[in-house]
Design a protein around this ligand. Sequence first.
Ligand SMILES: [Zn+2]
Length: 124
Amino acid sequence: MSKISKTQAILTAKCPNCREGNLFEGSKMSFKNLTAINHSCPVCNANLMPEPGFYDGALYISYAFSVALVITVLVALNVLFKRPELWMYLTTIFVGNVLLLPLMLRYSKVLYLYLVSKLKYRGY
Ligand SMILES: [Zn+2]
């Protein structure tokens, strides 16, 4: 029986049903299989791919992450510098997006699965 909380399960990308099986096939460092999700949970065999194209909706969450990054950069640069130049905004946003893209893509899928799918914690 898994004893981790829902928040821990989301942060560690675990199955919503058992909170033990990994959602992703590859590691975070594997760029090839970065966002490839297992079709079923390796521990409880729950269906993690409810229908074809299920994770297309995760794009909206990924977009929200990008908007949050832009707003954070705008506020941070305005607090840190008196009159930041346009190139500073653009460079910081571009670098931030490139660095955080793997995390944003992964966690958008994890959040989408937790928010939209009918899988609920059963705590075997
Ligand atoms: Zn599971």
